[in-house]
Design a protein around this ligand. Sequence first.
Ligand code: IMP
Length: 209
Amino acid sequence: MLCWLRSRRLREEADTLGLNKKVIRVATGNAKKFEEIRSILEGYGLKAEMVEGKTLEIQHDDIKAIAETALRQALSNKKGPLLLEDAGLFIDALKGFPGPYSSYVFRTVGVEGIIQLMKGVKSRDAEFKSIVAYGGTVRRIWLFEGNVKGCITETPRGSKGFGFDPIFTPLDHSKTFAEVTMTEKNQVSHRGQALMKFTDWYNANVVKD
Ligand code: IMP
């Protein structure tokens, strides 16, 4: 009895410290993206661990292919299972640009470049898409997609978040992603949606106890 009580107490303490949580290893070089993923997964009872290092980003017109190839490459030199996420901003008036080229566009012309491209454009609908790729070996990879519709602002607003957050307001919201807290962003974001699908699948198929 004493032994059982002691092991129960130890288990409860470990729960409090988060030691009993399943650990998802996340391959990313982006600390802000990792923080969002960590916080979202924590909300579903999972713990995230950052596996640092530059992830390969091939040029392709499909972000699913980009995420899948990046995960395969990461699994070829890092211990699996790994989770990797790739996202893009798709602007209707620009026929989906920058979409799969979001990373390159952000690095080169940045937020200001998009504002310039959209100067005088009335239709400002856009969408963020996220692909979460997960797998233990290069032979079998699972993909989960999430998206959030919204529009591009006339000028950048806010200082939180990262990337194109200051120029994107989700549908039915007045603030940009850079004007709200990370928790508020995660509740509606493309990343939040994709990770919700991932955790549903993970809890149903991977977690056994
Ligand atoms: P990545 O390839 O997923 O890292 O993202 C492609 C580009 O989109 C990067 O320049 C990011 O800064 C930007 N991006 C990705 N996710 C977000 C987001 O949640 N908010 C704003 N920009 C993002």
